[in-house]
Design a protein around this ligand. Structure first.
Ligand code: NAD
Length: 498
């Protein structure tokens, strides 16, 4: 293949190759798989599946770039390139939005307000952070009276494997690649097999922005016995950052144990919201509709368990039901659409199995619980109704396991202590939300909740400088702000006697 052909947009012909050392390359085995539209079940792309050979090439290219031109750049040179990269993403904003909508089926407005702006911001924010964060220094005297200066030096970790999920493809991938590159690492990304398009498109934009070949590499494929395993088991990978299911995290941790590679994990959740009777109800409803149903419930930070103070319970259930029934289900560009499909038929089968299980476990279905009636070819998409349950016992599986669909269970509570206890009664610990006008209570409750993030009277209000991650089974480590530097760099001590 000529270099020009190799640099052709890989989403224009809907053939998605790997991106290695600045070039789009096919799999040498010729193996491919189909990328299916969640909107109507049609094939939107043919994707090359990486074997060990392509993963080896990608890791070798990343190592060479680290030891070559990328590793020789100064911090201002590197961060200036990342700002330019963010500009280049924004120049092709519409193409990124179209491509992400095609792959995920999510509403156009969500994609253009959340996913793609964050895709660019992730490079800018971390470029600024690495430029501005000081390292420590201490002076002392040696036993003979000589002066001693100790200072800390941050150096890149090396080649970072980046394994990504399908729910917010560009946004969550760049959330890892942004700080990794800002710190001077090189990356090999494996996007989800469900959503490879924007990760592939970013390769072309890396070239446009002048990022040296080998800094950003992409291998496509599945997890077990495919690109995911080959990459996480690769002996020349220095660190692994992963977002996805808790069980997958366990498998990747086993792979990382060989060679003692560092891991950073952002995993699943079964997040609670606590609604006290003194809350601003309109605000609580408006945000709970988002936290439960946005992105068709496929948001790790979303709310699947809602606990409402008993006196407010009937009103809250009625108001959330009305709001859920006003959501407009449809394809990305239909005006006014607020709810897209689930990512795949396989995921829909999983979500529908919980819809059935909830009823078997004794739930009252307040709204939804099935498949909406969609017209024409949309019938082949993976649509589900937004669903609300009440009446489940605290130990019902539907109340304990992450469904990752547009659904929630609402239960009443009587006291603050009870609310905190049931909110914490989960193996997960990613996010929690508290709705109250009582500031003392807000602080008191927030301090006792076992979650990496607690939002008070808000949801998904993100400042990228803050620590982000989960407690318990929801993650290992923190990314965001300076905390990303802890993972993406090695901190060294230099001691000078003079
Ligand atoms: P997943 O774990 O099934 O897959 C994620 C990625 O891991 C995919 O690229 C997949 O191919 C790869 N993979 C699977 N098995 C692997 C293996 N053995 N070795 C290496 N790679 C492997 O997750 P998903 O279904 O894509 O995403 C949904 C999950 O992600 C939910 O549990 C959600 O809560 C979680 N999530 C968490 C956060 C967070 O920040 N905590 C953010 C988004 C999603």
């Amino acid at each position: 293949m000529s270099p020009d052909a190799a640099r052709k947009p890989q989403t224009a012909n809907r053939e998605v190759m790997h991106f290695i050392d600045g070039h789009y390359v096919p799999s040498c085995s010729g193996k491919t798989f189909e990328d299916i539209s969640p909107v109507d079940g049609s094939v939107i792309a043919t994707v090359h599946e990486a074997g060990k050979a392509e993963v080896d090439q990608a890791v070798a290219a990343a190592r060479a770039a680290l030891n070559g031109p990328w590793g020789k750049l100064t911090t201002p040179e590197r961060t200036a390139l990342l700002h330019h990269l963010a500009n280049c993403i924004e120049k092709r904003f519409d193409e990124f939005v179209e491509t992400e909508c095609l792959d995920t089926g999510k509403p156009y407005s969500d994609c253009s307000h959340i996913d793609i702006p964050r895709g660019a911001a992730n490079f800018r924010v971390f470029a600024d952070i690495v430029k501005n964060i000081p390292t420590e220094a201490f002076t002392m005297h040696a036993p003979d009276g000589a002066n001693v200066l100790n200072y800390a030096l941050r150096v890149p970790k090396g080649v970072v494997a980046t394994i990504c999920p399908w729910n917010l493809p560009l946004m969550l991938m760049t959330w890892k690649v942004g700080p990794a590159l800002a710190c001077g690492n090189t990356v090999v990304v494996k996007p989800s097999e469900e959503t490879p398009l924007t990760t592939s498109l970013l390769g072309e934009v890396m070239n446009e922005a002048g990022i040296p070949p080998g800094v950003y590499n992409v291998v496509n494929g599945f997890g077990p016995d495919s690109a995911g395993t080959y990459l996480t088991e690769h002996p020349d990978v220095d660190a692994i950052t992963f977002t996805g299911e808790t069980r997958t995290g366990e498998a990747i941790m086993r792979a990382a144990a060989k060679g003692l590679r560092a891991v950073s994990f952002e995993l699943g959740g079964k997040n609670p919201a606590l609604v006290f009777a003194d809350c601003d109800l309109d605000l609580a409803i408006a945000n709970t509709v988002r936290s439960t149903f946005v992105n068709c419930g496929q948001v790790c930070l979303g709310t699947e368990r809602i606990y409402v103070e008993r006196s407010l319970f009937p009103t809250f259930v009625q108001r959330l039901k009305e709001a859920a029934e006003k959501l407009k289900i449809g394809p990305p560009k239909e005006p006014g659409v607020t709810l897209g499909p689930l990512i795949s038929q396989v995921h829909r089968d999983k979500v529908l199995s919980y819809y059935r299980l909830a009823v078997e476990e004794g739930a009252t279905v307040v709204t939804g619980g099935g498949i909406p009636d969609m017209p024409g070819e949309l019938k082949n998409g993976s649509w589900v109704q937004p669903t609300i349950w009440t009446g489940l016992s605290p130990d019902a599986r539907t109340n304990r396991e992450e469904v990752f669909g547009p659904c929630c269970h609402i239960a009443p509570f009587d006291t603050e202590e009870e609310a905190i206890r049931i909110a914490n009664d989960t193996p997960y610990g990613l996010t929690s939300v508290v709705w109250t006008r009582d500031l003392s209570r807000a602080h008191r409750v927030a301090a006792q909740l076992q979650s990496g993030i607690t939002w008070i009277n808000s949801w998904f209000l993100r400042d990228l400088r803050t620590p982000f991650g989960g407690m318990k089974h929801s993650g290992i480590g923190r990314e965001g702000g300076v905390h990303s530097l802890e993972f993406y760099t090695e901190l060294r001590n230099i001691c000078i006697r003079y």
